[in-house]
Design a binder for this molecule. Structure first.
Ligand code: PHE
Length: 353
């Protein structure tokens, strides 16, 4: 081996090995190409072997290959170090802390009124009632005349009606859905109608928009006893008071005869439902007036029925101890969180049992 070659190999070795040991991923690849690539310095030296005498080639070949092995090992070692470091960095960066508590999700709540409607629907569904609805904007005929309230009748003044310019009204009660159902179906009929109603009224216990639930049962041989039994079962299930006192107090509605207010027993001082000696009115009721059946083409000599209407805000306020009706419609999130219900706990027949 010539001195010249020995010097060259030394130069390459002394330049390459420390450079490789200090290289980052990009410069390591550059170094590999410049040493071992097609035109790399080690590759050039190997190519030059072809022009040597056999004896010289043997010695030089061994030296060059020795350098090539050193450089190859050095490159591999550096690459292993860099790969390990890169992996460490990724593991650290992509780390998941499984002990971290989940971020609280903003959970919605079911409005107490919606909840009351769900509960009432569950209770009456179990008693075989169908659930109906009707339009908020009603004809004068559906809201009044067909319900035996003629144009001149003072009962119209009992309801502070919103009249629309076309002669329609915002329905003052859910009773027009009695008419819509009687016109379309044959007895036996068993329905409830939860829905929005409107009267020109506004204070702590009255809102111009409020909610009622109508009930209507028409069939052969329906009596006032059925009415009282049905209301008693419904109200004791709703208030979760098994022997709730229910009183029917004589009253007047044009569309029922006889007509009765529905009262429940409670304690006025404590608000306890079913306890005490006070009575609280929660709705109206009665036997469907023969004129109403006849107005809808149903023969009152063959069929009888009972009907009732309860105020849903009133029922909800009593059950949950809510004092002011206006808060129902303010969409105050704090109020909703306090009085709202979990959407994951649906209403059951005996809510709270
Ligand atoms: N519709 C009546 C009201 O709103 C209530 C009622 C319904 C009375 C059905 C009797 C029968 O005051």
């Amino acid at each position: 081996m010539t001195n010249m070659l020995a010097d060259e190999l030394n130069n390459i070795r002394q330049g390459a090995l420390p450079a490789i040991a200090a290289a980052d991923a990009a410069s390591l690849e550059e170094l590999r190409v410049s040493l071992m690539g097609k035109t790399g310095s080690v590759t050039q030296l190997l190519k030059s072997l072809g022009t040597m005498e056999a004896e010289a080639r043997k010695a030089a070949g061994a030296e060059i290959n020795q350098l090539k092995t050193e450089i190859t090992e050095c490159l591999a070692a550096r690459r292993a170090v860099l790969d390990a470091a890169a992996l460490e960095a990724r593991l650290a960066a992509e780390r998941l802390d499984v002990t971290q508590p989940p971020r609280p999700e903003p959970a919605g709540a079911i409005h107490p009124l919606s909840r009351t409607m769900e509960e009432i629907a569950a209770i009456f569904s179990a008693m075989g009632f169908a659930i109906k609805d009707g339009p908020d904007i009603e004809s004068d005929w559906h809201n009044f005349s067909a319900l035996n309230i003629p144009g001149h009748h003072p009962a119209r003044a009992m309801m502070d009606t919103f009249y629309l310019t076309g002669g329609e009204v915002l329905r003052t009660h859910t009773s027009p859905v009695q008419i819509r159902t009687l016109l379309n179906e044959q007895p036996p009929i068993r329905i409830i109608v939860p829905g929005r109603t409107f009267r020109s009224d506004h204070d702590a216990t009255h809102s111009p928009m409020f909610h009622q639930c109508e009930g209507l049962v028409v069939g052969e041989g329906i009596t006032l006893g059925h009415l009282k039994g049905c209301l008693t079962d419904f109200l004791s299930a709703y208030f979760d008071v098994p022997s709730l006192p229910v009183r029917l107090r004589s009253s007047y509605f044009p569309f029922t005869e006889p007509s009765m207010e529905v009262d429940i027993g409670w304690n006025k001082k404590t608000g306890e439902i079913g306890g005490g000696t006070d009575w609280l009115e929660i709705g109206g009721s009665g036997m469907v007036h023969p004129n109403v059946l006849a107005n809808c083409g149903i023969d009152p000599r063959q069929y009888q029925g009972f009907a009732f209407g309860v105020g849903l805000e009133r029922l909800t306020m009593l059950k949950h101890g809510i004092a002011d009706l206006r808060l129902f419609y303010e969409s105050d999130v704090r109020w909703l969180r306090h009085y709202g219900f979990s959407p994951l706990a649906p209403a059951t027949l005996h809510e709270g049992f």
